[in-house]
Design a protein around this ligand. Sequence first.
Ligand SMILES: Nc1ncnc2c1ncn2[C@@H]1O[C@H](COP(=O)(O)OP(=O)(O)OP(=O)(O)O)[C@@H](O)[C@H]1O
Ligand SMILES: [Mg+2]
Length: 500
Amino acid sequence: MSNKQAFRLEAKGVTKSYGAVHALEDVNFELKPGEVMALLGENGAGKSTIVKVISGLIVPDQGSITIDGEPVSLTSVRASQNAGIAVVQQEFSTVGPMTVAENLVLGQSGAPAWWNSKKLAESAKVILNRVGLEDIDPERLVETLSVAEMQLLEIARVLAKDAKIVIFDEPTAALSDAEIVRVLEAVKRLAKEGRSVIYVTHRLGEVFEIADRVTIFRNGRSQEPQDVKNLTVDKVVEMMIGRELGHLYPPRSQKIGETILETQGLRIPGLVGDVNLTLRRGEIVGLTGQLGSGTSEIMKAIAGTADVISGKVILEGEELDLHGRGRGIVMGIAYCSPDRKKDGIFGGISIRRNLSSPWLRRISRLGFVSGSQEQSEATRSAQNFAIDVKRLNTLVGNLSGGNQQKVAVGKWLGIRPRVLLVEEPTRGVDVGARAEIYAQIRRLCDAGVGVIVSSSDTNEILGLSDTISTYYRGQHSATKPAAEWTEPALVREVMHKGSK
Ligand SMILES: Nc1ncnc2c1ncn2[C@@H]1O[C@H](COP(=O)(O)OP(=O)(O)OP(=O)(O)O)[C@@H](O)[C@H]1O
Ligand SMILES: [Mg+2]
């Protein structure tokens, strides 16, 4: 190799602070032509911040960037795009009230005119096929898509651009195995075409499938890039969190009790049919399936927030009103939604208030909140979830993606429900904090709570659950104790490619 190889992109001495928070400190980052560079690190390590610097969304306090050896000034999103950079951001940028086709095609060079909806739909179809979204009607409004579909749409949008550097900030956090395969294939294809890819993820297995090198961030600082072929998952974890992890999943339940919650013939027309599910005290039931499997609708139906259902939901022997919106908390059912932006947490208020919000009724008297009690409850939840207790006053909207998720889950675990329903409990959460969340869920179970977890992450479902049920296109397909599943069997069942 020549002594000085030209990097496709090189960032040097990049620094960015928000008040006392040093999001990036003297970060150096390099990217070769045609390579996939994984960018790893704990929640809040600075990954999205460097991505935002490179994509022109924020201007750093200090530092310089070159592309193909030439200094560039990425002071706006437009400047970054003109430099050949395309980004799938951690938070979506698709526009809700537009159609899928408009979102995908408009604004691209050579796009048909906006009024030519037939042409738009045709162009959109081509792009959708590339990410396996051929089932989606290009005329559909984006706001009607699921979180996973929106994520795939976002990826499709970026693939449609002719960029020389493509950045993915946790593209697969909301996706299940079948969709992840497509995303990883798309990434490999980009690299084969000579494009460079920066790939941020907390799903470490992906790194070994697609990345050539890894750069690890810790507390806003970058470490030297490493060749993936010299690494193992354990080594990566140790470099990320500074210690060995030990066990990711807590031991399974020793004392599963009587039935606490049951559904009989639950139906949501067009979405799920005939769900008969049993949850026992102290048990974690894991629900899993790919896109459109209906697990999310089942959770909502039990929580009382699904639109039309028939059948029965029985909690400790008592039949619940199916359409009891908001009945959840009152009845002791806590529901943690996968869409934290819509109904998980409130970005404009503090961590303290977010964590204590389900408690407010309990800790307020005549409309006044007891400040000291709020503080002590919030502190306790924060400690349980690896949330920085010194930052309780911080607005949740200013937290990193994974730290927002910890607040969303911590908030619901704090109220000690009878039944906890949680979708995608660790979406975007780093491996160390994930272990904390699993331990907390298990602790609730040991205290007699029943928990239903739905997750697109097969490994998480296998590791955390006592019992696993799979769903396919709204229909139950199999239920077995977790110990009787193997990973390949579960993946096959989820994809509905069982031994037929
Ligand atoms: N607008 C802001 N105001 C204050 N602090 C901020 C702001 N944006 C980011 N930060 C802080 O900067 C740090 C780095 O955040 P960043 O989003 O880059 O983390 P990350 O590595 O992407 O984490 P995650 O894995 O959770 O997505 C965090 O401590 C975060 O709270
Ligand atoms: Mg991030």
